[in-house]
Design a binder for this molecule. Structure first.
Ligand SMILES: C[C@](O)(CO)[C@H](O)COP(=O)(O)OP(=O)(O)OC[C@H]1O[C@@H](n2ccc(N)nc2=O)[C@H](O)[C@@H]1O
Ligand SMILES: Nc1ncnc2c1ncn2[C@@H]1O[C@H](COP(=O)(O)OP(=O)(O)OP(=O)(O)O)[C@@H](O)[C@H]1O
Length: 283
């Protein structure tokens, strides 16, 4: 059996998410602060000579060729004319449709890892540009540093917010990004802020009110959490992150959560775990 290599695909949080306008193609202009978590999926790669991209893990509700993992690998194969193949498996822990960017992170890890494993030597900027067509969040995961982002999320200014401990909770609903962004009554006119001069505490998530008005599961859990810690939705939901100064506090509140709420505790990371793995490659 040939050698296997594993790389992390971490979660992201949107520490705030302002919608500042909408483009003629329907996409939204955003201002957001991305931070990674030291928690996420793990992808394992086995190089083959078959020329084929094979995802060995099945996903409920996502066909093999629609999976962002497969799309990213095929895209890289196509642009680079690489004749090598790969078998990929994933230990999936991030909830889908949670606002944690799992799919985009998986795609970014495929691009970054195969760039190394297939010895393609694309730059980070080239990989991020390739990734943007797969998802608006792919470039930030390719760049791998916490950042204030603009445009659809692809204009990236690295920043270093405080690395809190977070309790991340998932209300028992899955919310599609497209559903939120296509809502006629979503707030789309938040005034742009200056990336070098803003107060994190006065920022917010423009999707949150829309979501809590429609999903009582999110509204109820958020109302419960804010009694204990500053709490906000990430991305278009449904996950909520609550900030703590130490791990024990986060774990204590986790132990008090209402029954049946999926959750994990993780630390904010301004450098993505993927970057650490790449730096140490070959392992
Ligand atoms: C909400 C965020 O997670 C914030 O980080 C991202 O902007 C969403 O990123 P994503 O899940 O990678 O989104 P994509 O797969 O690119 O887009 C999903 C759908 O959301 C809408 N969409 C997405 C991003 C954006 N800036 N404006 C949009 O209107 C589009 O209708 C698109 O069809
Ligand atoms: N490898 C993958 N992992 C997760 N979802 C995938 C993957 N490939 C395709 N998808 C599809 O993408 C959708 C969005 O998944 P994802 O986990 O990225 O959502 P999300 O966390 O809400 O992302 P965001 O924060 O970007 O809104 C899923 O519902 C699924 O249909």
């Amino acid at each position: 059996m040939s050698q296997r290599f594993s790389f992390p695909a971490p979660a992201k949080l949107n520490l705030f998410l302002h919608i500042t306008g909408q483009r003629s193609n329907g996409y939204h202009n955003l201002q957001t602060l991305f931070q990674f978590l030291d928690f996420g999926d793990k992808l394992t790669f086995e190089l083959t000579d078959s020329g084929k991209v094979e995802l060995l893990t099945t996903f409920k509700g996502v066909a093999h060729d629609d999976n962002l993992i497969v799309k990213a690998a095929k895209k890289l194969q196509l642009v680079s004319k690489a004749d090598k193949g790969v078998k990929i498996s994933i230990d999936k822990v991030l909830p889908m449709g949670g606002g944690l960017g799992g799919g985009s992170s998986n795609a970014a890890t495929v691009l970054v890892a195969l760039n190394k494993l297939w010895q393609l030597n694309y730059t980070t900027t080239e990989l991020a540009a390739l990734g943007l067509s797969l998802g608006a969040d792919v470039p930030i995961f390719v760049h791998g540093h916490a950042a204030f982002a603009e445009g659809v999320g692809e204009i990236i200014h690295p920043q270093s917010p405080q690395e809190h401990w977070y309790l991340v909770t998932k209300p028992d609903v899955s919310i599609s990004t497209a559903e939120v962004f296509s809502a006629p009554d979503l707030t789309r006119n938040t005034a742009p802020i200056d990336k070098g001069d803003y107060e994190l505490a006065s920022c917010h998530n423009d999707c949150q009110n829309w979501v809590i008005n429609r999903y009582p599961e999110v509204a109820n859990l958020l109302a419960w959490l804010v009694e204990y810690a500053p709490s906000q939705m990430t991305g278009t939901g449904a996950c909520i992150f609550s900030s703590f100064t130490c791990e024990q506090e986060a774990r204590y509140i986790q132990s008090k959560l209402p029954q049946g709420i999926e959750s994990f505790v993780a630390k904010g990371a301004n450098t993505s775990p993927l970057m650490h793995a790449v730096k140490n490659f070959p392992f």
